[in-house]
Write a protein that binds this ligand. Structure first.
Ligand code: G1P
Length: 302
């Protein structure tokens, strides 16, 4: 089995109920941070890490995602005729090599583990990455690239990890770790969405994984875990005692939980401020918005 990681799975089958009504007709992964959809950030991170095959686990109502990675000849012609060269360049970000993208449908929503299992035939007998596009990570060296670098030395299975507030542990896969060497820690146990009182720590799994095909075999048993769903965390935990150890990787970077409204808004502010062309005007607005002496009236919600 080669040690190179060239395939990444993007589970994108969820309803995105937290963003209804927008997600009634627009997949959550197409929602933009400034002007780039969440999925574009995930793809760019995968590319930077050397991924060349992109596997999307989708569901009904997600065809906008397929269109996003397709060519758009009418649009390109119109931009060319209008000599909009920089916009043509912008569109290039969405170009994917022919045959590099595969879509597989998860017919029933049975959990993250089940979604990844749906891609098993496309993954085959190789180590692979999983990226959850909800978790957007702003980092000098993209998170998955940091992990691959470390994975090359230690192999096995690896999950991205960071500390979360104790009261939020029940929203995450939580790790019990032993000794750490640099950024990597040996995992002794992991539990999906524990109650605060049962959590072994406040070190949470964040949506970046490098996994061995053995994890897919563990998913074959289809055992339901937390929330009655087939959990990826449980399938990875099944490898802890085997020789294919599990490592947690403490990445350098800032993670935004774009699966929640608050995290999504925070990411919008952070990525908006990072844009030279927006920064000054946006900063001025933000300053006045929080200035209690001259408050900007809140926008009407509905
Ligand atoms: C998933 C995983 C969980 C992980 C989290 C990170 O949960 O099941 O282990 O900690 O992503 O974002 P979800 O957010 O899909 O409920």
């Amino acid at each position: 089995m080669s040690n190179r990681v060239t395939k990444a799975v993007f589970p994108v089958a969820g309803f995105g109920t937290r963003f209804l009504p927008a997600t009634k007709s627009v997949p959550k992964e197409i929602l933009p941070l400034v002007d780039r959809p969440l999925i574009q950030y995930a793809i760019d991170e995968a590319r930077a890490a050397g991924i060349t095959e992109f596997i999307f686990v989708t569901s009904r109502g997600k065809s906008a995602l397929e269109d996003y990675f397709d060519s758009a000849p009418e649009l390109e012609t119109a931009l060319q005729e209008g000599k909009k060269h920089s916009l043509i360049e912008t569109l290039r970000q969405t170009d994917m090599d022919s045959g590099a993208v595969a879509y597989i449908r998860q017919q029933e929503r049975r959990g993250l583990g089940h979604a990844v299992w749906c891609a098993r035939r496309l993954i085959g007998d190789e180590p692979f990455a999983v990226i959850l596009p909800d978790d957007v990570i702003d980092a000098e060296t993209p998170c998955l690239e940091q992990m691959i670098e470390s994975y090359r030395e230690i192999g096995g299975n690896m999950v991205a990890a960071m500390e979360v507030a104790r009261e939020n542990v029940s929203s995450y896969g939580i790790l019990d770790v032993a000794d750490s060497v640099g950024s990597t820690m040996r995992v002794r146990g992991m539990v999906e969405k524990p109650k605060v009182e049962n959590a072994p720590s406040n070190l949470a799994v964040i949506g970046r994984y490098i996994l061995t095909p053995k994890v897919l075999e563990n998913l074959d048993s289809m055992k339901a875990g937390a929330g009655g769903e087939i959990q990826l965390t449980d399938a990875i935990a099944g490898e802890i005692s085997s020789s294919q150890n599990v490592h947690a990787f403490r990445f350098k970077g800032r993670r935004f939980d774009c699966g929640t409204k608050s995290g999504y808004l925070q990411a919008t502010v952070a990525f908006g401020l990072a844009r030279d062309e927006l920064r000054d005007e946006f900063l001025e607005f933000l300053r006045s918005a929080v200035d209690t002496e001259v408050p900007i009236p809140a926008a009407r919600a509905v």
